[in-house]
Design a binder for this molecule. Structure first.
Ligand code: SAH
Ligand code: SF4
Ligand code: F3S
Length: 455
């Protein structure tokens, strides 16, 4: 099932710009699959496209500003291309659309469709409606039906490394976070639907599948026998398919269980890497963030997982400058980082998200303090990341090549521990290794990447 509906002529161009997390990347791929039967083929450029969709993210400050400035650019194109007698349609999707649908239509009335992460399965109807009504379609419900039941099974595929959403939404309500408001309540897809989709991804060339969810280790989907299955069991089932590598993201410390740790110990296809956001090392901050775990809970999870799988590597997310964060709270975070030793991490200055409890808390931290703390935190994290990478110099490790580099013949890929790696000559015995796993001898590393030669 490699081709998408081959009998349909793709005489219209679709361009999708994707911001935010992997769930958005997955959703964009599904939007393309949904629109293929209507004659839309993917284009790399907004210029000349019949339909442009902005798939937006609301997690950072200025997300809406960024979107409106992109819309301004598209509006100019829309006017020019309408003059050339080709009305161009514009759609806004994703988490900003969900949170600010009405404002988008009011401020940018030239936008044809606004829809959220849980309604894009209705995209073909929306396009038809927008054509009939000349725009103005808003669909930001949280429908009772699950979009997954309406997504097409035919897929263009995602290449050697593919995403598969298994769990969506969030019921945790961390006080800084918009996700529970933009993605809705937590929902787990049934096991059989996931396995069928995994098989289709494999048929279209996937060697690696990353199971996605905002709280992926809270997964509790129904199995064929009616029993509820956790993430550990789901991974076991996916591992029986003809896939070479399995990953999953993002996990929550509170949802770690023995079955997932056992999966790391027993299933070779499951890569030895875990992204486990902690946000802060201070119990006072964790409580104010409503994270539902303490610093010690987190350290215990790390210790138990390392005991089961000694070579596992950890990554995390950190927020500095949450309201009322003191120097002592910040020092607790630095100490937690020293205690764990991370292979990589993402770190952010706290930013007020409208409508979240933390946005109206007293004790907001001045920008210069946030900036200084972020710099200190990143210095420590980057030094850990660099020494982690340096440990691989001279070693030979298996790499899945999933992207082409800028220079001719260059290939980019990922190591089992999720490091970015590149080789200058992406061939073995003259044979191109794109989409394949090859052993690479590492001869040079930086903080952000590894370089080596295929052996
Ligand atoms: N579900 C995941 C993360 C989702 S959002 C989890 O529970 O960890 C991805 C990351 O963005 C978060 O881990 C957090 O570090 C960051 N983030 C979310 N809201 C933020 C805000 N208001 N300010 C700064 N960083 C934020
Ligand atoms: Fe946001 Fe917290 Fe849910 Fe993660 S667990 S998505 S940070 S509310
Ligand atoms: Fe952003 Fe929505 Fe993902 S806010 S991080 S795109 S869930």
């Amino acid at each position: 099932m490699n081709a998408v509906t081959p009998h349909i002529k793709k005489d219209k161009k679709l361009h999708i710009m994707t911001w935010g997390c992997q769930m958005n990347v997955y959703d964009s791929a599904k939007m393309a699959d949904l629109l293929a039967p209507l004659g839309f083929g993917l284009s790399d450029e907004a210029q000349g496209a019949d339909l442009v969709i902005l798939n937006t993210c609301h997690i950072r400050e200025k997300a809406a500003d960024k979107m409106f400035s992109e819309l301004g650019r598209l509006h100019k194109q829309q006017k020019q291309e309408t003059v050339a007698n080709r009305p161009k349609m514009i759609g806004v999707a994703g988490c900003v659309a969900q949170a600010e649908g009405e404002q988008i239509m009011a401020r940018a009335p030239y936008v044809d469709m606004v829809f959220g992460p849980q309604t894009y399965h209705r995209l073909p109807e929306m396009v038809a409606k927008a054509v009939r009504n000349k725009g103005g379609v808003i669909d930001t419900d949280f429908p009772i039906e699950s979009k997954f039941d309406f997504l097409p099974t035919e897929t263009a595929g995602q290449g050697p490394s593919a995403f598969l959403s298994v769990q969506e939404g969030c019921d945790k309500f961390c006080t800084f976070c918009v996700v529970p408001y933009t993605r809705g309540a937590e929902y787990s897809r049934p096991v059989s639907a996931i396995l069928a989709e995994a098989q289709r991804l494999i048929d279209s060339g996937a060697k690696e599948i990353t199971l996605l969810g905002q709280n992926v280790n809270a997964y509790h989907g129904a199995a064929e026998n009616g029993q509820i299955c956790g993430l550990g069991q789901l991974i076991e089932a996916v591992a029986k398919l003809d896939v070479t590598r399995i990953r999953y993201t993002t996990s929550h410390p509170k949802d770690m269980d023995d079955a997932l740790m056992a999966a790391h110990r027993d299933i070779e296809k499951l890569m030895p890497f875990m992204h486990l956001p902690v946000q802060s090392g201070s119990n006072i901050m964790l409580e104010a963030m409503n994270r539902k775990h303490t610093r010690d809970d987190y350290l215990r999870v790390i210790e138990a997982t390392r005991k089961a799988t000694p070579h596992i590597a950890f990554s995390s997310d950190f927020i500095v400058g949450f309201p009322n964060e003191s120097d002592k709270d910040f020092e607790d975070t630095l100490q937690l980082i020293r205690d764990v030793n991370f292979a990589q991490a993402y770190s952010f200055k706290y930013s007020e998200r409208p409508g979240t409890p933390a946005a109206s808390m007293a004790g907001q931290i001045p920008e210069d303090v946030k900036t200084a703390r972020l710099a200190a935190l990143q210095e420590l994290l980057f030094s850990q990341q660099r020494s982690f990478n340096e440990g691989f110099i001279g070693k030979t490790i298996p790499v899945l090549f999933d992207r082409h580099g800028k220079l001719d013949g260059q290939l980019l890929g990922r190591t089992p521990h999720m490091q970015s790696l590149y080789v200058q000559d992406g061939t073995r015995n003259g044979q191109g290794m794109f989409g394949q796993i090859a052993n690479v001898k590492i001869n040079h590393v930086t903080t952000n990447s590894l370089e080596g030669v295929i052996v």
